[in-house]
Design a protein around this ligand. Structure first.
Ligand SMILES: Nc1c(NC[C@H](O)[C@H](O)[C@H](O)CO)[nH]c(=O)[nH]c1=O
Ligand SMILES: CC(=O)[C@@H](O)COP(=O)(O)O
Length: 139
């Protein structure tokens, strides 16, 4: 059994609750444990994963959040830089499933967050589980 940490950026609570539900279900169905920590926005996710990883308490991470396009260039910064930060950590060897939605509007986010529909939280957790298993096999 492995210890997963869900790092969620609580910018849109109702959407995050759905992402977390899907992710937790996938982790628990696979027989693993999980905890959840909360950060303010998607830009804080990579730093929080780094801090949590440094504790040595966690085997794998799931990044969850929702970035919805607004009127300015800020969307591009939050969407791209959060993904870049998560990707940099994976290339350093951390196991992370990226479930940060980057969408045009709330309706797109709802369909993707809902565990009964696209279940992107569950998909991100399953990706982390697969990569955790691969890391174990290759090390
Ligand atoms: N606009 C969204 C943000 N913006 C906030 C940033 O992520 C960050 O918390 C702030 O710039 C302080 O460092 N975050 C989201 O998760 N989703 C958004 O739509
Ligand atoms: C993701 C965002 O950047 C968004 O929430 C910010 O909106 P705006 O560009 O209208 O300030």
């Amino acid at each position: 059994m492995a210890k997963f940490l869900i790092v969620e950026a609580r910018f849109y609570s109702h959407l995050n609750d759905m992402l977390i539900q899907g992710a937790k279900q996938a982790i628990e169905e696979a027989g693993h444990e999980c905890e959840v920590i909360t950060v303010p926005g998607a830009l804080e996710i990579p730093a929080a994963i780094t801090m949590a990883s440094d504790t040595g308490l966690y085997d794998a991470f799931v990044a969850l959040g929702v970035v919805i396009r607004g009127e300015t260039y800020h969307f591009e910064i939050v969407a791209s830089e959060s993904a870049r930060g998560v990707m940099a950590l994976t290339l350093d060897g951390l196991v992370i499933g990226n479930g940060i939605l980057t969408v045009e509007n709330e309706q797109q986010a709802l369909v993707r967050a809902d565990p009964q529909q696209k279940n992107k939280g569950g998909d991100a957790a399953k990706a982390a589980i697969t990569m955790f298993n691969l890391k174990k096999k290759l090390s």
